[in-house]
Design a protein around this ligand. Structure first.
Ligand code: NDP
Length: 241
């Protein structure tokens, strides 16, 4: 049976590129989005044309009950996953003194709690497979360096690095690797033109990255070639830090 990987936030942007890359690499794919079901269905169609299986789950990663119920019933119907890529994320930028409670809460709930809400219901079934597995979590250069106007986002993305390092230790002897990918400035819907202009000044390669470049790193981490790589943060940022 072909191994299956769930990629959260795969209706567009980096997640979509990861889904296509992993399908190309031979995995069956569980796509996921919050509300753009049509976009995720289009990605599923592309993947089926590649000869791989694809299905779509829709839920808000910040909604613990919805995440648990949806993932548990998907696993019950189709079996445990080989891997998960926790990619869904948002920003809500603002200078700290003016940052709203809503901007703080939504970014922490989606990016950091979202990791817990998604990984918790699928990790025990992964362990019970008694086979190698992969957990890849999307952090950010913001979590490594701290970015102006992103105290909330930097906190969430740095928190993910701590969570990954601890979970990697817990799962190491089960042959389930747990790693972070930390992209720099990647061209997607999330990119802000003003931030992009500023970022170009501090990117040694003097260009933004593509979703496909991030997806390539995730593809490697999910492959057998990365079987001895765990508890790591791999930056994909043109040399920013
Ligand atoms: P996009 O904004 O292009 O896409 C975000 C994806 O996440 C969409 O599929 C969206 O679903 C989904 N999503 C957002 N919020 C939720 C939620 N609450 N519940 C479920 N799904 C949700 O983002 P990118 O592709 O740019 O970013 C992907 C990841 O990479 C994020 O974690 C981001 O923080 C990280 N990153 C991005 C960088 C960049 O420069 N772009 C740099 C560093 C890190 P829907 O379409 O239904 O809304």
């Amino acid at each position: 049976m072909t191994d299956t990987i769930l990629i959260t936030g795969s209706s567009r942007g980096i997640g979509r590129a990861i889904a296509l890359r992993l399908a190309h690499d031979g995995f069956d794919i569980v796509l996921h989005c919050r509300q753009r079901r049509g976009a995720a269905d289009d990605v599923a169609d592309e993947i089926r044309l590649m000869g791989r299986q694809a299905r779509v789950l829709c839920f808000d990663v910040a909604d613990r009950d919805a995440a648990r119920e949806t993932i548990e019933s998907d696993i019950e119907a189709h079996g445990a996953y080989y891997g998960v890529v926790c990619n869904a994320g948002i920003t809500a930028d603002g200078a700290f003194p003016a940052l709203s409670d809503e901007a703080w809460d939504s970014v922490i709930h989606t990016n950091l709690d979202g990791f817990y809400n998604v990984v918790k219901p699928l990790v025990m079934p992964m362990i019970r497979r008694r086979a190698p597995g992969r957990i890849v979590v999307m952090s950010s250069v913001s979590g490594l360096m701290g970015n102006r106007g992103q105290v909330n986002y930097s906190a969430a993305k740095a928190g993910l690095i701590g969570a990954v390092k601890a979970l990697a230790v817990e799962l190491a002897k089960r042959r389930i690797t747990v790693n972070c990918v930390a992209p720099g400035m990647i061209d997607t819907d999330m990119s802000d033109e003003r931030v992009r202009e500023e970022a170009l000044k501090v990117i040694p390669m003097q260009r933004t990255g593509t979703s496909e470049e991030v997806a390539g790193t995730v593809g490697f981490l999910c492959s057998p070639d990365a079987s001895y790589i765990t508890r790591q943060v791999i930056a994909v940022n043109g040399g920013m830090c």
